[in-house]
Structure formats: structure tokens, C-alpha cells
Design a protein around this ligand. Structure first.
Ligand code: NAD
Length: 780
């Protein structure tokens, strides 16, 4: 080779990072690890090998955690948690700060170990993962410091079980451990079976940072160990992984009164408009799909290109793919490393072979033998092809074209997932118009895969629920510090001994799509008042009625687009109309409950005022991220909310569920109190005269368990709230696993509907979804 050849080719020589320090650390443990429980490593037990996928070499043996190991770890965490939570926020902040400092001190060791265990490029672990982990601990040191002052009246959940996948082992650990510890919880974390090593190293340095023993426990093992942790006596499960396992965990945790967050899979659209900077968009795709071998939950794996530039864009893309460097992950010059394991590589190959009916381009770059997979582009697949719908979790990009922004939105949202989306256009108007329309928890404008501790991350639809990062992420590890009171069941008034069905003043119908609707069953039940007086009849609602009501609610989606000012006006108007009929409503309450109703009517009017006030005051935020980008936290409506309203306060309970939902732009299907269902018919009359568009609020009365099941099982309902009994809470959680809808249930605990517990931020938080929109600017 001549010097001229070298200048012509300008190819990179290898620049391999040394693995010596990481290997030496493994050697200090004899390359065999037990679990990390109560501040110490246990004796290794029955073990399995963890390998370097790039070479096939065994790095170490780790222990397969049993249910007993999990129980021991949970017991250690339980013992440590109360003293940890009793420390001041400042004391916890110092420990988190020490963790951040030690992450920086050992950055190279962590990065190399991560790359050895995962096969991801050292450039990713060194320049992205480890710095983000350190940033996470710094940020959460701050949250711990400020928590008592900024979030008074909240307390830690207790012991949190945390389960993470193999694509970002250390980063996912940080996303889970940092907020949990800041809030005063103790944790038992199970790393993925393929990539347990950095979690064990982290456990070791946590001692140096002064984390009290038992506050962080690491139990290694496979899915069975994870399953044992899910059924253990924990107060929360935080899971990141596949939608399939997430669904099982939703079912397993249902009805146990424990918290749950799920960060699941995705099939994120990457939308390129014809006015985009095409070269930047091509380079963005290198980050979005090739860099980590496509093994990124939020990988932009569905390319949508505007028709006019599609041919040009594909040509550029193919050319770039052909120059990608695939190889030794420790080499600082490579773009794409190994696939995490042979099983995963074979799965990608099988999925592509079975479905690649389109036009396939396999990158012409050299790809080593072994656990590697070539960058692949497949165009022209039908929308229902599994490669278009399912997560491949490999370097396989599928591509289609669109004509208009509307078509792009429709195609982008044609997925059961909703994790992230990228939009490429030089037109700020178009970009900001698209962002709210995309069903995703995160939207990147002219960028991809931007993350920060201050900005929320998480999905909608079957990509899970809950946010990690920012104050929202901290709140997912806290609960209101109030003494729980058991809910006293409120039974309907009994029929008098000599029930004569006379004096009926009406038969209440349902309220669906702004109109009175007869129950589909044709049946109704008599409703008795306090003194054995027949108040009327109420229809017996069924699955069909719920379906009709949900359809009406879906049809009222325009409500989400009305201005907050407009929603404010409507809520004030409802209050005004209720106020005009206050005497009558008080009398009806008296007839239902036997108690004076004036106070409840007054409280309901005040509650409507509260949410009229909030409707235009729930603010978004621009998160202070350490880069030239606006990270906007937008509060969007959840969609269609189904709610089982409380029995304790027939009118106030209905209003307390309805008002926050509609104030935030949701449509809702409300099941009124079983004891006093006629209240809904009365309230419907008020809504009818209050300029509320039909379908925004719907009432269906009937047996709570049947209607709860219909709502929780409905694929077009986005969230279900239950203020009904404990068994209904469990039912709602279990049946919501179908489309992984959000749930908010009372677990049979009473709420003081007249006091502060009956309104405010907790309700508003449940009525919104936080979407993070990243808008980078300037020249980097
Ligand atoms: P996986 O669901 O198979 O495994 C994830 C973790 O769960 C592992 O630790 C595994 O041992 C454990 N597990 C497996 N079965 C279990 C069970 N029955 N009960 C409890 N735990 C169990 O997922 P994976 O293949 O390791 O990871 C890839 C998936 O993770 C992809 O779907 C990806 O999109 C997703 N992911 C999501 C995010 C996010 O933030 N949304 C981030 C990274 C990865």
C-alpha cells in the first residue's frame, strides 16, 4: 500500500480500548459471582456463564437466583428501608452525589465492562451510557436534596423490585436505582441474564459511596428469578423489557395494592419530510437504528419518507449503510458492534427470512463471523407485515413512503406501540404541528435518541406506562403520606317490606353521546330512597352499553383540541347550572341518602370551580437539559378514561372523577355509584345545558364488576380509574393487561371526598400524559 492509497482510502486503523482493567476486576472475584445482598456478595451458587458476544469468550460465571435468594434480598431491603427513608433528604443526596463521583472515577472500567458484556460499541458505552449514568446520579442527588421542601406530604413506597433488560444494563439500572434511592426506597434489582456484570460492579462501588447495607441488593438470574421477584413481598415493580413479559407482570401484580411502572417495547417511526436536511436525517438513522445494532427500545425502526424525496433518500441511505463499520465493539472506530447473544441474532435472522417480501438491501460492508448481523433496509412491505408491526430488536430498518403530513401521522400511529418518534423537517411550523399528533411518549425533532435525567422518558399504548426522569420519575417512587382508611361499603337502600311500585317519578336512562339512551339489556332495577320510597328505576348496563359509550367518547376526541380557555368556560358553566338547581339537587341527595344534601352540592360546585381553574393552569415545562436543545414536557390528555365512581358521595364522587378528566381534555365513561345511580341522570341534565359537546361525558349505570370488566378489557379505553371496592381494583388491573392501559385504583381505601384528598394534583397527574418533545438548535 502506498501513501497515496492511504490518502485515497482515508480508512481508519483499529483503535482498540484495553480490556485489561475490566478483566483484572473480574479476576479479583475469581470470575465467579454470588448475589449482592445486605451489603456483601453471597457465595456463588448454581451458576451460568455470561459471555462476550463479540468473541464468544466466557467472561464470568454468575449465580442463578432462586426464590429463596430473592426472599433474602427483599428481607434485607425491608430492614434497611425505614432507616434510609428516615435520613434527611440532604443525607441521601450526599450518598447519591458520591455514587455520581465514583461513576466518573471508574468511568473507563464501567464502559469497557459494559461493552465486553453487551457487545455494544465502546463509543456508546463510553460517550453515552456512562456519562448519562453519572448525570442521573447527580440529578437525583438534587431531587433528594429538594424533595422534602418541594413535594411535602409524600413518602417512599418501601421495597422496590426492579428488572432491567440487556441493551442498556447500566443506564437502565441508573434510571431505576437513582429515583428509588432519592425517594427513600430500598431496592432489589435483577439485571438481565446476558449482561449482569456492570450491576455487580455498581453494587461493589455502592459500598464505597456509603450506601447503607441492604438499601441496594442485586440478584442475578434469568426470567425465573425475575418472576420470583415479581411475586415477592415488594411495594413496587419497575420493569423495563418486552411487552410480552410486561403484560404477564401486569397480571401478576394485579390486586396486590403495589405500584407498577412498565417501560416496554417500541416500533418507533422515523419520519422524513421532503424539506428535511437529508444528509442529517441519514446520519440520524445511523444513531437511531444501526449504532447499537438496533437493540434500542426506542430505535427509529420504521422509516417513513415523503414520496418526492424517497428515491434520493434511499440512495443516500444505502450508500451510508455500505460504509458502516461493523466489528470489534472495543474498537473506537466502529459504528456497530455485536448482537447481544446468538439467540437474539438467530431470532432476527428467522424473522427477516420469514417476512422479507419487499425490496431488501443488505449493507455491503464487511460483517465479521459470529454474533453479528448486517445492517439491513427493507422497503415496500405491506403495513400488516410482521416486520412493520413487531419489534425486531436488530439492525433491520423497514421503509415506506407517504404523501401528506396527515398520511404520515396516520401511518406513524398505525402501531400498538407508542414509545418514541422522530420528525425531520426544516419547517418548524410543520414539526410543532406533528409533535402533538404522534402517539408517542417522546418526540425528537431533527434528532434521535436524546436522553437526559431532567427529561421524562416512557411510552403510551403497549409501550407501557409511567415516566422515568424528572420530577415525574421521582413521583413514581412516592405516595401520599396518609394513614389509609378502609372503605366502608355503602349498600343500596333496601326495598321496604311491602314494596309497592308506585310513585315512580321516572326511569333513568343512560347518557351516551350527549343523548339519553335505553339500556341495551332492556332491564332496569328499582332504586329505593332512604325512607323506603321508590325513587325511580335505573337501567342495567351491559358490555354493549359500555361499547356504545366508548365509541361516543372516541368520537368526541375534538374536545382534546379545544383550547384550555374553552374547557374552563364549560366547567364554570356546568358549575353555574348546578348552582341554579342546588336546592333540587340537595333534596334529591336527601331522598337518596337520608342526610342533608346542601353541603355536598356546595362541595361539588366548588370542585367544578377548582378544575375550571386548573384547566388553563396545568403547565408544560422546558426541561434544563445539558445540551443545546429544548426538551419540552407537554401535558396531553390520556384519551378515553373509564371511571368507577365512589359510593360514599353520590354527586361529589361523580364530579370529582369527571371534572379533572374533562378539564385536561379527556373524554370519559363514568359508572355512577351502585348505591345511588340516579344521581348520574340528574347530572346529565345539567351537562346537557352547559355547552359540553356530546360524547365528552357518558354515564352507564349497572353492576360495578361487569361494567369495570367491560371498561378494563376494552381496547379503545386508555385508562381506568376505580374508586369502588378492593376486588374491583384487582379486576381492573388484571383485565387492563390486554392493551396495557393505565390504571388508578383505590385498593379498597377510602378517600375523604370533601377534603384535600378529593381533588388536586394527584387527579390532574392521572388525567395527563407527559410527552417530551426534543428540539435541538444551534450548531451543537
Ligand atoms: P425481556 O422482557 O425478555 O427481559 C427483560 C428482563 O425481564 C430480563 O431481566 C429478564 O430476565 C426478565 N424476565 C424475563 N421473563 C420474566 C418474567 N416472566 N418475570 C419477570 N422478569 C422476567 O426483554 P429483553 O429481550 O431482555 O429486552 C428487550 C426488550 O426490552 C425489548 O422489547 C425492548 O424494547 C425493551 N426495552 C424497553 C425500554 C424502555 O425504556 N421502554 C428500554 C430498553 C429495552
Amino acid at each position: 500500500m502506498t501513501i497515496r492509497d492511504i490518502f485515497d482510502a482515508m480508512s481508519y486503523g483499529p483503535a482498540t480500548e484495553s480490556a485489561a482493567e475490566a478483566m483484572a476486576w473480574l479476576d479479583t472475584h475469581g470470575r465467579r459471582f454470588g448475589h449482592f445482598i445486605d451489603g456483601a456478595f453471597t457465595q456463588p451458587g448454581e451458576s451460568f456463564a455470561t459471555m462476550n458476544p463479540a468473541t464468544g469468550e466466557t467472561l464470568a460465571e454468575v449465580t442463578q437466583g432462586s426464590a429463596d435468594d430473592v426472599a433474602r434480598a427483599v428481607a434485607a431491603a425491608r430492614k434497611a428501608q425505614a432507616p434510609w427513608a428516615a435520613q434527611s433528604g440532604h443525607q441521601r443526596a450526599r450518598v447519591l452525589y458520591a455514587l455520581a463521583r465514583l461513576m466518573q472515577k471508574h468511568a473507563r472500567l464501567f464502559a469497557v465492562l459494559e461493552t465486553l458484556d453487551t457487545g455494544k460499541p465502546i463509543r456508546e458505552s463510553r460517550d453515552i451510557d456512562v456519562p448519562l449514568v453519572a448525570r442521573h446520579f447527580y440529578y437525583h442527588a438534587g431531587l433528594a436534596q429538594l424533595m422534602d421542601a418541594e413535594r411535602p406530604g409524600m413518602e417512599a413506597l418501601g421495597v422496590c423490585g426492579q428488572i432491567v433488560p440487556w441493551n442498556f444494563p447500566l443506564l437502565m439500572l441508573a434510571w431505576k436505582v437513582a429515583p428509588a434511592l432519592a425517594a427513600g426506597n430500598a431496592v432489589v434489582l435483577k439485571p438481565a441474564e446476558y449482561t449482569p456484570l456492570t450491576a455487580l460492579l455498581f453494587a461493589e462501588i455502592s459500598r464505597e459511596a456509603g450506601v447503607p447495607k441492604g438499601v441496594i441488593n442485586i440478584v442475578t438470574g434469568d426470567g425465573e428469578t425475575g418472576a420470583a421477584l415479581v411475586v415477592a413481598k415488594v411495594d413496587k415493580i419497575a420493569f423495563t423489557g418486552s411487552t410480552e413479559v410486561g403484560r404477564k407482570i401486569r397480571e401478576e401484580t394485579a390486586g396486590r395494592g403495589i405500584a407498577l411502572t412498565l417501560e416496554l417495547g417500541g416500533k418507533s417511526p422515523y419520519i422524513v419530510f421532503d424539506d428535511a436536511d437529508l444528509d442529517s436525517a441519514v446520519e440520524g438513522l445511523v444513531d437511531a437504528i444501526w449504532f447499537n445494532g438496533g437493540q434500542v427500545c426506542c430505535a427509529g425502526s420504521r422509516l417513513l419518507v415523503q414520496e418526492g424525496v424517497a428515491a434520493r433518500f434511499h440512495t443516500k441511505l444505502r450508500a451510508r449503510m455500505d460504509t458502516l463499520r461493523v466489528g470489534d465493539p472495543l474498537d473506537k472506530c466502529i459504528d456497530m458492534g455485536a448482537i447481544a447473544g446468538p439467540v437474539q441474532r438467530d431470532r432476527i435472522a428467522a424473522m427477516v427470512a420469514a417476512n422479507a417480501e419487499g425490496d431488501t438491501h443488505v449493507a455491503a460492508c464487511a460483517v465479521p463471523e459470529g454474533c453479528f448481523y448486517p445492517p439491513t433496509l427493507i422497503a415496500g412491505l405491506s403495513p400488516s407485515n410482521p416486520l412493520m408491526q413487531q419489534e425486531v430488536f436488530g439492525p433491520v430498518l423497514v421503509s415506506s413512503t407517504f404523501r401528506t403530513p396527515g398520511e404520515a401521522t396516520e401511518m406513524a400511529n398505525n402501531s400498538r406501540y407508542g414509545l418514541a418518534a422522530s420528525v425531520w423537517t426544516e419547517n418548524v411550523n410543520l414539526a410543532l404541528d406533528m409533535a402533538p399528533k404522534l402517539a408517542a411518549g417522546v418526540v425528537w425533532i431533527n434528532g434521535t435518541n436524546m436522553f437526559d435525567a431532567a427529561a421524562g422518558f416512557g411510552g403510551v399504548r403497549e409501550s407501557g406506562f409511567g415516566r422515568e426522569g424528572g420530577w415525574e420519575g421521582l413521583m413514581a417512587y412516592l405516595r401520599p403520606a396518609r394513614t389509609p382508611r378502609a372503605l366502608k361499603p355503602v349498600a343500596p337502600n333496601p326495598a321496604p317490606a311491602s314494596a309497592k311500585v308506585e310513585g315512580i317519578d321516572r326511569t333513568a336512562k343512560f347518557y351516551i353521546g350527549g343523548k339519553q339512551a335505553r339500556p341495551d339489556s332492556g332491564y332496569s332495577t328499582p332504586v329505593w330512597g332512604a325512607k323506603g320510597r321508590l325513587l325511580g328505576h335505573v337501567g342495567t348496563g351491559s358490555r354493549k352499553d359500555i361499547r356504545n359509550a366508548v365509541e361516543a367518547a372516541r368520537g368526541a376526541r375534538g374536545w382534546a383540541k379545544t383550547t384550555a380557555h374553552n374547557r374552563t368556560q364549560v366547567l364554570y358553566y356546568i358549575a353555574e347550572n348546578l348552582s341554579a338547581r342546588a336546592v333540587e339537587f340537595a333534596a334529591r341527595l336527601k331522598a337518596m341518602t337520608g342526610k342533608a344534601g346542601e353541603a355536598e352540592v356546595e362541595a361539588a360546585i366548588s370542585r367544578l370551580f377548582t378544575y375550571a381553574a386548573w384547566a388553563d393552569k396545568v403547565e408544560g415545562a422546558a426541561k434544563p437539559v445539558p445540551m443545546k436543545a429544548l426538551a419540552l414536557a407537554l401535558r396531553e390528555p390520556v384519551g378515553v378514561i373509564g371511571a368507577l365512581c365512589p359510593d360514599e358521595a353520590p354527586l361529589l364522587g361523580l364530579v370529582s372523577a369527571m371534572a379533572p378528566a374533562i378539564a385536561m381534555g379527556n373524554a370519559c365513561v363514568l359508572v355512577p355509584s351502585c348505591a345511588h345511580p340516579l344521581m348520574a341522570a340528574d347530572l346529565a341534565q345539567v351537562l346537557d345545558t352547559s355547552d359540553l359537546p356530546g360524547g365528552v361525558v357518558n354515564f352507564v349505570a349497572g353492576p360495578a364488576a361487569d361494567l369495570a370488566a367491560a371498561l378494563a378489557g376494552h381496547m379503545d379505553v386508555d385508562a381506568v380509574w376505580s374508586f369502588s371496592s378492593a376486588d374491583i381494583s384487582g379486576l381492573v388491573e388484571r383485565l387492563s393487561a390486554g392493551n396495557l392501559k393505565r390504571t388508578w385504583v383505590n385498593d379498597g381505601r377510602a378517600r375523604d371526598w370533601f377534603g384535600a384528598e378529593g381533588e388536586g394534583r394527584e387527579f390532574l397527574a392521572q388525567a395527563v400524559e407527559v410527552k417530551t418533545v426534543w428540539v435541538p438548535y444551534g450548531e451543537g
